[in-house]
Write a protein that binds this ligand. Structure first.
Ligand code: OAD
Length: 233
C-alpha cells in the first residue's frame, strides 16, 4: 500500500524519561556524575566484577519497572494518528513502548532483556527486575544485561541511519548529543527537512540547517510541538 503520511523520526535520550523519575547521565544528579562508567558499563568491568555490574543494572531495572511513561512519551503516541512515526531511542527503558508507541528502535539495548555471554543472538525477556549470577542461557553460559557498553559496537546504528535519511521531519528530545554514534544521526537527515531539538539545554548543533531549538522540558515541549505539528499536517 502506498503511504501518503509524512515520516517523523524522533531521536530520544535520557531527558524524555527524567519526568518519570529516571535519572539522566550527565545532569547535576546524573549517574555518570556519581559513578564511574568504567566500573559499571564496560566489558572490562564485567570481566573484573560481574556481581557489581549486575547489581547496578538490577537497581536501574527495578526503578524502570516501577516508573510510568510521562506526558512527553504519551504525546509522541498521539503523533501516530497523522504521521508515520519511528522512534530511535538511546534509552534502555521501555517507557515509549508502554506509552503505546508502535515503532521503537533501541540503539543502546534494553534493560528488560538479558543475553548470553557466548552467543549474542540468544536474547531473553526478563520476568523480574533481578538478573543473578548463575542465571544461564540455554547453552549454559552466564546471562549479561542486554546493554551496549562503552567500547562495544552499536549494531543498530546502520538501520538507524537508513531510517533517519528518509525523515520528512526530525525531532531530537532530551539528549546532551555528546555520545557517538547516536549524536551523529542528525547529519543523515536531508538538509531541507525541518528539525526540532527539545531540551532545557538544547543548542544549535553545528552544521545542521533548519534546526529549531526549543529550550523546554519534554513534559512541556513535546505536547506543545505535537499539537503544532498535528495542526499543520
Ligand atoms: P545525558 O545525561 O547525557 O543527557 C540528558 C539530557 O536530558 C540533557 O541534555 C538534559 O538537559 C536533558 N534533560 C534533563 N531533564 C529533562 C527533561 N525534563 N526534559 C527534557 N530533557 C531533559 O543523556 P543521553 O544524552 O541520553 O548510554 O546520554 C546518551 C548515552 O550516554 C546514554 O544512552 C547512555 C549514556 O552513557 C549507554 O548507557 C550505553
Amino acid at each position: 500500500m502506498w503511504c501518503l503520511m509524512k515520516k517523523i523520526v524522533v531521536l530520544t535520550g535520557a531527558g524524555i524519561s527524567a519526568e518519570s523519575g529516571i535519572q539522566t547521565f550527565r545532569d547535576g544528579d546524573g549517574l555518570w556524575k556519581k559513578y564511574r562508567f568504567e566500573d559499571l558499563a564496560t566489558p572490562e568491568a564485567w570481566n573484573r566484577d560481574p556481581e557489581l555490574v549486575l547489581e547496578f543494572y538490577n537497581w536501574r531495572r527495578k526503578k524502570v519497572w516501577e516508573a510510568e511513561p510521562n506526558a512527553g512519551h504519551r504525546a509522541l503516541v498521539k503523533l501516530e494518528q497523522k504521521f508515520d512515526v519511528q522512534i530511535i531511542t538511546q534509552n534502555v527503558d521501555d517507557l515509549h513502548e508502554r506509552a503505546g508507541s508502535k515503532n521503537v528502535l533501541h540503539l543502546h539495548g534494553e534493560l528488560k532483556k538479558a543475553r548470553s555471554t557466548v552467543d549474542p543472538n540468544l536474547v531473553y525477556e526478563l520476568k523480574t527486575w533481578e538478573l543473578k549470577m548463575g542465571d544461564k542461557c540455554e547453552k549454559g553460559s552466564q546471562l549479561r544485561p542486554h546493554i551496549v557498553w562503552f567500547g562495544e559496537p552499536v549494531p543498530m546504528i546502520e538501520p538507524a541511519k537508513n531510517i533517519v535519511s528518509k525523515a520528512d521531519i526530525f525531532l531530537i528530545i532530551g539528549t546532551s548529543m555528546v555520545v557517538y554514534p547516536a549524536a551523529s544521526l542528525v547529519i543523515y537527515v536531508l538538509p531541507d527537512k525541518p528539525k526540532y531539538y527539545i531540551d532545557p539545554k538544547a543548542f544549535p548543533v553545528g552544521g545542521i540547517s533548519n534546526l529549531n531549538v526549543i529550550k523546554k522540558t519534554a513534559g512541556d515541549g513535546v505536547p506543545e510541538l505535537v499539537e503544532q505539528l498535528m495542526k499543520g499536517s
